[in-house]
Design a protein around this ligand. Structure first.
Ligand code: 5AD
Ligand code: SF4
Length: 430
């Protein structure tokens, strides 16, 4: 989401004739698209903004803009302005579409601006030019905001309530991207399964959106994130099973394997319900692989709760997990819970979880060795000369010796080796 919003901000700058600078010193405009999901993200941003102080003192015309989730937090714009008076523009996630006007105003009036909206204008956002930076990948928002209020999460406070984009606009955008040669389209929403809930027409829902997108001609893959286990329906799984383009890799954030913690997180499902979704999906889509998000050290998480998470991870057998230590976010319900877990316990828990996952992911990787599989070639490897990287339909990364000209192509790769979570292969010469 953040990467794609940065592409929209860069699109505004490109439309105004700016081009990408090679260094911060050289840049006329510096935009920080901030994240607020965990405290560590905020600390990093604070450090990075602070580092510009002396440069801004030397180059007063350089424009520094701050946007994103952190600037939408209550009281944060004022706090930022007080800490860093040299900031020129502060705007929020809800008015990203105003960036062009704010920039013009700042250039003309030479005065700093804080403008945080409480409501978005998504029609205006639809017409923003996007400066796409992700090679063969294109990101497409299908909705903005979140209605779920998981008790640990700041997102509903900084991104507001769910707003779905018009289905025709989305389908047209995806068709255009496919026409332009993008090979992997990722549909984005905080909870894509509630797409259309805010639109009166009941036929506008996620399953139908996937059907419409799947009917587009061309050679391309479709992914989406994230799905909330409380909302994913059998119908959506059936659509994936019967589709041509929708990938068999499902990101299904579980957050915890303990029913008590899931209840305290306000997640509205149990581990039993979660297992039933996994079972249904595996029955309908035998080669499906799962990834997930997990939080360790949520307030009150006992050893038993944590062991339930390890047990769930073991039973599901995830291809990959994104594990986080619970981070207190001001204004959320969990921040006020009394039984906060000490950092040393969180560290131990995340380490053990990641160690377990490494073994599971290695076993899953092993299964691929010897098989010939379709790979989308994404990029040159940043690690070794003459090596390309791509992904399997399940989303798993594969490296192989190959030429840069293969970028953006679907090729058959024979998997020859697996090392921990990474697969290696060679072009299949049959
Ligand atoms: N602390 C730690 N992790 C969090 N996430 C969201 N809020 C927090 C928090 N306060 C994680 C969740 C979510 C992912 C995007 O970030 O696992 O799925
Ligand atoms: Fe946060 Fe929960 Fe919404 Fe995801 S569904 S963005 S975790 S509140």
């Amino acid at each position: 989401m953040n990467v794609h919003e940065s592409e929209k901000l860069a699109g505004v700058l490109e439309s105004k004739g700016y081009s990408v600078a090679t260094s911060v010193e050289e840049a006329d405009v510096i935009v920080f698209n901030t994240c607020a999901i965990r405290e560590s993200a905020e600390q990093k941003i604070m450090g990075n903004i602070g580092a510009l102080k002396s440069m801004k003192a030397r180059h007063k015309d350089k424009i520094i803009a701050i946007c994103g989730c952190m600037s939408q937090e209550e009281g944060m714009p004022e706090k930022l302005k007080a800490k860093f008076p040299f900031i020129d523009i502060i705007f929020g996630t809800l008015n990203i579409e105003d960036f062009a006007e704010l920039l013009d105003k700042r250039v003309k009036e030479k005065k700093s601006i804080i403008q945080i909206a409480s409501k978005s204008n998504i029609k205006k956002r639809d017409s923003m030019h996007v400066y796409r930076t992700s090679g063969v990948n294109a990101w497409v928002n299908i909705m903005y905001g979140c209605n779920n209020f998981c008790t640990y999460c700041i997102v509903p406070y900084v991104r507001g309530r769910e707003i779905s984009r018009d289905i025709e606009v989305i389908v047209k955008e995806v068709a255009e991207l496919v026409g332009l040669g993008y090979k992997q389209i990722t549909l984005l929403g905080q909870n894509v399964n509630s797409y259309g809930n805010d639109i009166d027409d009941p036929s506008v829902n996620f399953a139908n959106l996937l059907r419409r997108i799947d009917a587009i001609d061309g050679q391309f893959w479709v992914r989406f994130m994230s799905s909330h286990p409380k909302d994913i329906s059998h119908e959506v799984i059936d659509v994936i099973a019967n589709s041509k383009h929708i990938c068999h890799g499902l990101h299904l954030p579980v957050q915890s394997g303990s029913n008590e913690i899931l209840r305290k997180m306000n997640r509205h499902y149990t581990r039993e319900k979660y297992f039933s979704i996994i079972d249904y999906a595996r029955k309908k889509i035998p080669d499906i692989e799962f990834t997930t998000d997990i939080i360790v050290g949520f307030p009150g998480e006992t050893k038993q709760d944590y062991n339930d998470t390890l047990d769930l991870v073991q039973k599901v057998g995830y291809q990959n997990i994104f594990a986080f230590m619970y981070s207190r976010r001001t204004g959320t319900v969990a921040d006020k819970m009394s039984d906060q877990i000490p950092i040393n316990i969180k560290r131990k828990r995340i380490k053990k979880l990641l160690d377990l996952e490494r073994d599971i992911a290695s076993d899953i990787s092993e299964k691929y060795v010897g098989k010939v599989l379709k790979v989308l070639v994404e990029d040159v490897s940043p690690k070794a000369e003459g090596v390309m990287i791509g992904s399997l339909n399940s989303g798993k990364a594969v490296s192989f010796y190959g030429d840069k000209s293969l970028q953006g192509r679907f090729v058959d790769i024979k998997i020859t080796k697996s090392k921990l979570t990474t697969l290696f292969g060679e072009l299949d010469k049959k």
